[in-house]
Design a protein around this ligand. Structure first.
Ligand SMILES: Nc1ncnc2c1ncn2[C@@H]1O[C@H](COP(=O)(O)OP(=O)(O)OP(=O)(O)O)[C@@H](O)[C@H]1O
Length: 613
């Protein structure tokens, strides 16, 4: 609990003084807002009327300075000017209060967003894999906003109401004790009613918020997956699903509006009842001379000023619970440990031999994903990995980048244990093309340059050539300055893979990893890219995960994984002679290719159309 508020305190660094000044301005503004009523009271009772002045000495001196009561009675505009002057000062105070609180709260929110963003960037890979992105986004946006509002509005409003109550009660008690008790009789009732009401209605607010969230999720999911919806002709089902969520949201919002309407009606009635009682008793006392008209006006005016904010207090106090929840949610995110980058680790030359020795790895305890994996790769060699879905291919290459840590065994590069190497150094020297490449909503060029910040034009063009991207680029008017993603053109799966390959190539890495990165390009382009890559990656140790035997065949070493175990390893020539998974897949793919070729040749249209002259 304490650490949560401590976080807020820390985030306000540089703005604490400003916020404190805003609190002081609030107090002064509360005091000033009570004074016009006193000016009116004195004017009515002692300047227009003939009651003796019961005002502090300095006010009496001021009246004398302005020519005395008689002079003021003939120049009532002076009282008007006094009211105007007070309003002006009060206005100035309200302005600086608003300015300082918003500066302090906006800076706090900015600091918090920066802190969260920085923290998220530095969380371990696994956290991002498991993360519910929507929930994280909400923590970084609406939860931050809730805390900002708490600082900018709620806390200040509580302070203002507190000051107002204390000061007004002091003045009221000094004027008439009995009337003070009468006029404040309903305050605790309104406060309690408002507090209980909003505590109860909080649940209704939560349900409405949740329903809104569900509605947004359905909408977002539908828009993201609209192609699937259309392809499967599921529009009617989706519309119905949306309608049911929409109806749920409407019903809950309607219920909330009804509840709020009854709240305003009851609390308005209580306030009006209270004012009515004060008016009736006050007029009675005034007619009997036990209370002056000015004092009655003061009570009526203060009553109005106090009861409205008190009525809001219940809402603000219950809303404060939200700020606490938001702070807890943010703290949970910030408490997640950052990834240890082993910055003091070794920075060896990674253009070296790699060795896996009895490597064991599991994501969850007791569920091994890789077991007893041992193999050696000479510097500059190409290693191909084959295996059924879920056999652990991606996991194996992820270990090399230390996106995850192996639990047993050893992985060495140039004889240095992987866990001793500085992680940043390691990742800087390994280029990876992920299975599902992600492109940012930027230009193609910028997406490629993400691989290395100081990359030059020639290197980008060269990487594009190797990744067979030039043909793609030519289709676009703006070439590689074409925007991709949500705001730009949509690239096909194969085109995206090629941009990702170019991005990995500009890194000039010592080790290159292709995680099934050519799966979406046609065989011809695959062959062209492999050829260009072969020339280019001389001396670079390369790992290629693929299901295409043609891709694997050229490798110096082929690893065959099955259920997390290395079941075969060797060259293409060795493996096709060994009975096993590789031989079976090779036989299958060769047969398939043969059948495809036969089918193509037997097509019955003219030879020139098939390109055969
Ligand atoms: N982050 C994770 N947390 C828990 N289990 C995981 C995680 N990632 C993968 N797995 C599991 O580990 C196993 C191996 O997954 P991996 O992605 O390495 O297989 P793969 O051989 O690359 O499969 P594919 O060819 O389908 O890409 C699978 O059973 C998978 O469900």
């Amino acid at each position: 609990m304490f650490t949560r508020w401590r976080l807020l305190w820390d985030l306000m660094k540089g703005n604490r003084m400003r916020y404190a000044c805003a609190v002081v301005a609030t107090a002064f503004s509360a005091l000033l807002s009570l004074i016009p009523t006193l000016v009116i009271r004195t004017t009515v009772d002692s300047i227009i009327g003939d009651k003796p002045m019961d005002v502090p000495g300095w006010v009496e001196d001021a009246v004398l300075l302005l020519g005395g009561r008689d002079n003021l009675a003939h120049n009532l505009w002076v009282c008007g000017v006094a009211l105007l002057a007070i309003s002006l000062v009060n206005g100035a105070l309200l302005y600086v209060r608003g300015k300082w609180t918003s500066q302090a709260s906006e800076s706090m929110a900015k600091n918090l967003r920066d802190l969260l963003y920085d923290h998220l960037q530095n969380l371990p890979y696994d956290e991002h894999v498991k993360a519910e992105t929507g929930d994280w986004v909400q923590r970084c946006t609406s939860d931050v906003e809730t805390i900002r509002r708490f600082l900018a509005v709620q806390l200040v409003e509580i302070g203002r109401t507190g000051f107002l109550l204390v000061m007004a009660l002091t003045i009221m008690f000094s004027l008439n004790v009995k009337m003070t008790f009468i006029s404040m009789a309903v305050v605790p009732i309104i406060f309690a009613f408002s507090y209980v009401f909003f505590s109860k209605v909080k649940e209704a607010f939560r349900l409405a918020d949740e329903a809104e969230g569900k509605l947004t999720t359905v909408l977002q999911e539908n828009l993201t997956g609209i192609r699937v919806v259309k392809a499967f002709g599921r529009q009617a089902y989706e519309v119905e699903k949306f309608d049911s969520k929409n109806r749920e949201y409407r019903d809950l919002s309607y219920r909330l509006t009804r509840l709020m309407a009854s709240y305003w009606a009851i609390s308005d009635f209580l306030i009006m009842f209270q004012m009515g009682v004060v008016l009736v008793i006050g007029v009675y006392w005034a007619s009997r001379g036990t209370m002056t008209l000015g004092t009655l006006l003061t009570f009526m005016s203060y009553e109005g000023m106090l009861l409205w904010p008190v009525r809001q207090m219940g809402r603000i106090l219950t809303d404060m619970g939200r700020a606490q929840i938001s702070l807890t949610r943010i703290k949970e995110l910030l408490d997640k440990p950052r990834e240890d980058m082993n910055e003091d680790g070794l920075t060896p030359d990674l253009n070296a031999d790699i060795e896996f020795k009895n490597v064991y790895f599991e994501y969850e305890k007791g569920r091994p994903v890789l077991q007893d994996i041992s193999f050696k790769v000479k510097k500059g060699q190409t290693v191909a990995i084959l295996g059924p879905t879920g056999s652990g291919k991606s996991s194996l290459v992820h270990l090399l980048l230390r996106l995850y840590d192996y639990q047993r065994g050893s992985i060495t590069i140039g004889g240095v244990e992987l866990k001793k190497i500085n992680k940043k150094w390691l990742r800087q020297h390994i280029g990876i093309v992920l299975q599902e490449p992600f492109l940012f909503s930027r230009t193609i060029k910028e997406n490629i340059a993400l691989g290395r910040s100081d990359v030059n034009e020639t290197e980008i063009l060269e990487a594009m050539r190797v990744a067979a991207l030039n043909d793609v680029i030519q289709q676009f008017e703006e070439g590689y300055d074409t925007l991709v993603g949500e705001r730009g053109v949509t690239l096909s799966g194969g085109q995206k893979q090629r941009v990702a390959i170019a991005r990995a190539l500009v890194r000039n890495s010592s080790i290159l990893i292709f995680d099934d990165s050519l799966s979406a390009v046609d065989t011809e382009t695959d062959a062209a890219i492999r050829k260009a890559l072969k020339e280019r990656r001389k001396g670079i140790t390369t790992f290629i995960i693929s299901h295409r035997i043609t891709t694997l065949a050229e490798a110096d070493l082929i690893l065959v994984l099955d259920q997390g175990r290395l079941v075969q390893s060797g060259t293409h020539e060795e493996l096709i002679r060994q009975p096993g998974l590789y031989q079976r897949i090779w036989a299958l793919q060769s047969k398939l290719e043969e059948e495809l070729a036969n089918e193509y040749n037997s097509l019955e249209y003219p030879a020139q159309e098939r390109g055969v002259m």
